[in-house]
Every structure is written in structure tokens, then in C-alpha cells.
Design a protein around this ligand. Structure first.
Ligand SMILES: Cc1ncc(COP(=O)(O)O)c(C=O)c1O
Length: 435
């Protein structure tokens, strides 16, 4: 039986049944009968409760969560201050629609994000903010804004990039074939080049710009500061700064997708701040409200000039989600940015020790708590089967992991993770690699 809502979970894994347990098996059978087969469940975890970095399944097994629900629960599962803010806001006002009316939590959040946006400090506000419900919707709106403002049509994105699954966002996404196959034609005028290297930008400037892609027709270059689903890939030094220069030279807007890398995950509020590059537009979602559905488009103020009615949404900027986000931001700044940085260093150091010990493990990469390793075969080639096996074995030892890229394991725990929990995750990993 799972524990009652008020009891605390242990801070380390505790397995009580074989996996999946009886209750989990029942629920999975019911789920499979009625939910979309497009979901990608890797292992049979049926969650009942979350607290900090731990989640408990419906059979009373407790897991250490290095996934944060796909890099979302920034302040940990059910942070008491976030829960309290949600409860208070829910009791006051659940919904009114920020499209047609005003309410304080949305004003406060827009001000906070605008004050912190890595855009030039003008005399007036630094940024304008449009609220959405998801990452895809943020990117969808960002494409519209860029086209509207520049009066240009084309968009450039990167191979391996993931920006969401609605038609506009999917046109930018170039992650896995299955995400496009069978869905027909996408947004026209989108080109992709390899991510993260100067060689790719050479190709853009010396080949594409001179042949098939006139730069003066490009509205925006959309880039992840660290490529997320593509494998937690950190770009070469100067890559993002060079995109900024290319954009400046040709009147192109630089859109940085920080849906996964933003909101403190890398130890800074926005990952782009590691490179001191100022984009024109930033898209956010995932961690922004600690688990409630919320996203945002931040733009330099002079760009967000679309007229009333040109872009809107019923639910975006929901007051309960905004209340959760306001507390999330203050927790990030009070301690979690620092914790993400410090725990991230420990995690990478520990993973690099594993890389020295096992030839199947690549050195670690990433920033803060956005970290990955690749799994390799004996010849040093990427080994997706081994990656999948290790993720599965880790689950059976009480450690929740997610893959990304071709053969990578990503580590994106809640930003509240402790030193001890990092060490336990590394110990479990060591054990399952040897199995
Ligand atoms: C960088 C990035 N952009 C956009 C998205 C899409 O976000 P959502 O699933 O909320 O639509 C994701 C999701 O993984 C992402 O990692």
C-alpha cells in the first residue's frame, strides 16, 4: 500500500516488491487499454507520490528521481512553499484568462522575468512576456513573433534540436524520424544545419547563404543553448556568440529555446548566460512553475509589438501556475541555482570516475544539473542497447534515469538534490554498469 499524503518519504531508494508491483501492473494494464500508444514509457513506473528528489510508486517502492519528470520539477516534488502558494491561489482564483483580464500573480511573474531577462538594460523594461502552457506553444508563438516583426518568412534551426510537436514547433524539431513520419508537410521555409560546431556555421555562411538560403529572407535562427533531447550537447566555445554576430549582420532574430536548459537547471537562471550572449527572444516552459503547466516567451521590448488579438491563449498565464512560478523563482535565487552548480560539479566528477573505470562510459558533459554520459561498445561506438539496458537496470535498483540523444543517459534531477543523493545515484550506476 502506498503511504498517506502526509507521511514523509525516505531520502534514499527503498524497494519493497519486485517491479512492477501488483498494483502497478493492474494500472498499467488499464492505462494501455485506453491511452494513446504514442506515449514513450521506457519502464513500468506508476507514481503515487513525490517529495523532494524521491518518488513513491503505487506499491510503496521509493525511487531516487534523476529525471524530475523530464527536467521539470525544479524545486523538487511538492516543495512545501510551492504547494502552499498553489493552495492559497487555488482557493482565491483558479482562472480568469490573462488574455482578457488582469490579475496580480501574472503581473508579478512578468515583472520578475522581465527584470531577469538576459537582454540589454534599457531605460524602460528589459523584456516583454507572453505566457503559454507548454514548450511547444512557446516556440510556436516565437516563430509567429519573429515572422511578424521581421516580415520575413524563413527560419533556421539545428539537426538534433527538439522544440515540440505542434506543427510549427515540429517544423523546427529535427530529433527523431518517428516524430515527423506520417504527419505530412510542415511549415515551409525551415532549414537545418548541424548543431554546436564552427564548421556548421562555416557551412551556413560559405555555402547556404551564397546558394539556397538568402540571409535577408531569414526571420530567425532558433537554437538551444545546450541541446537537450539531442543528447545534452554543449556547443563549442564561441558558437552561440557567432550566431549572435550572424544575426546582427543580417537582421535576423536570435531565438534561444531554454525550455529544458532554463530556470536554473544549469546553475544559472538562463543557460545562455554561461556564454554572456544576449538573444532577442527566449522561450521557456518545463521548470518554470515546478510542475504546473506554464510556458513563456520573453522578447526584447521593441520586438513584441504585435497588435491586440494577433496572438493569445485562454489558459496561458493561469493564476495558479503563475503563483507556483513566483515561488519557484524566489527558491531558485535563494539557494537552488547554487545547489545546481555545486551538485552538478560533484555529479560530473563522479561520472568521470566511472568513465575512467568502465570503457563503456564516455566522459560526462553538461552544466549544472543538465549532465549526460554516452554508453559505448567495445570499439567506442555509441551503444543505444546498452544505454537502454542500464536505464532499465537502474530502475530495478531504485534509480530513475532517462535517455536522450542516440545512446546517452541524462541526469536532470530536481535542483534540490543533496550531496548524499548524488553519491547514491553514482553508486547505483556503478553497480548496474557492472551487472
Ligand atoms: C528544448 C525544448 N524545447 C521544447 C520542448 C517542448 O516542450 P513541451 O513538451 O512542453 O511542448 C522541449 C521538450 O522536451 C524541449 O526540451
Amino acid at each position: 500500500m502506498h503511504s498517506t499524503l502526509n507521511s514523509s518519504l525516505p531520502t534514499l531508494p527503498r524497494l519493497r516488491t519486485s517491479l512492477p508491483g501488483k498494483r502497478a501492473q493492474e494500472l498499467i494494464a488499464r492505462d494501455v487499454a485506453v491511452t494513446s500508444p504514442s506515449y514513450t514509457r521506457g519502464y513500468p513506473l506508476v507514481v503515487a507520490k513525490g517529495e523532494g528528489c524521491m518518488v513513491e510508486d503505487v506499491d510503496g517502492n521509493v525511487f531516487l528521481d534523476m529525471t524530475a519528470g523530464i527536467a521539470v520539477t525544479a524545486t523538487g516534488h511538492a516543495h512545501p512553499q510551492v504547494v502552499e502558494a498553489i493552495q492559497q491561489q487555488a482557493a482565491n482564483l483558479l482562472h480568469m484568462s490573462g488574455t482578457d483580464f488582469y490579475y496580480e500573480p501574472m503581473v508579478v511573474l512578468a515583472e520578475s522575468l522581465a527584470n531577469r531577462a538576459p537582454f540589454p538594460a534599457n531605460d524602460g523594461v528589459r523584456a516583454r512576456v507572453f505566457f503559454t502552457n507548454s514548450g511547444a506553444e512557446s516556440n510556436e508563438g516565437a516563430i509567429k513573433l519573429a515572422r511578424y516583426y521581421t516580415k520575413r518568412d524563413r527560419v533556421l534551426a539545428f539537426l538534433g534540436g527538439f522544440h515540440g510537436r505542434t506543427y510549427g514547433a515540429m517544423s523546427l524539431t529535427a530529433s527523431k524520424k518517428v516524430q515527423r513520419e506520417g504527419f505530412g508537410s510542415l511549415l515551409p521555409g525551415v532549414n537545418h544545419i548541424p548543431y554546436g560546431t564552427h564548421a556548421s556555421l562555416d557551412y551556413l555562411e560559405k555555402q547556404l547563404f551564397l546558394t539556397v538560403l538568402p540571409p535577408q529572407e531569414i526571420a530567425a535562427i532558433v537554437v538551444e543553448a545546450i541541446q537537450g533531447e539531442g543528447g545534452y550537447l554543449v556547443p563549442e566555445d564561441g558558437f552561440l556568440a557567432r550566431i549572435r554576430e550572424i544575426c546582427d549582420r543580417h537582421g535576423i532574430l536570435m531565438i534561444v529555446d531554454e525550455v529544458q536548459s532554463g530556470m536554473g537547471r544549469t546553475g544559472k537562471l538562463f543557460a545562455i548566460e554561461h556564454w554572456e550572449v544576449m538573444p532577442d527572444i527566449i522561450t521557456l516552459a518545463k521548470g518554470i512553475a515546478s510542475g504546473l503547466p506554464l510556458g513563456a516567451i520573453l522578447s526584447r521590448p521593441e520586438i513584441m509589438t504585435w497588435q491586440p488579438g494577433s496572438h493569445a491563449t485562454t489558459f496561458g498565464g493561469n493564476p495558479v501556475a503563475c503563483a507556483a512560478a513566483n515561488v519557484t523563482l524566489s527558491l531558485l535565487e535563494a539557494e537552488l541555482l547554487d545547489n545546481a552548480h555545486q551538485r552538478g560539479e560533484e555529479l560530473q566528477a563522479g561520472l568521470n570516475k566511472l568513465a575512467q573505470k568502465f570503457k563503456q562510459v564516455s566522459p560526462a558533459r553538461g552544466k549544472g544539473l543538465m549532465v549526460a554520459i554516452d554508453l559505448l561498445d567495445t570499439e567506442g561506438n555509441l551503444n543505444p542497447e546498452l544505454r537502454n539496458q542500464i536505464v532499465d537496470r537502474a530502475f530495478h535498483h531504485g534509480l530513475l534515469l532517462l535517455g536522450c540523444g542516440k545512446a546517452a543517459i541524462r541526469f536532470c534531477p530536481p535542483l534540490v538534490i543533496s550531496q548524499e543523493q548524488i553519491q547514491v545515484a553514482l553508486e547505483i550506476l556503478d553497480k548496474v554498469i557492472r551487472e
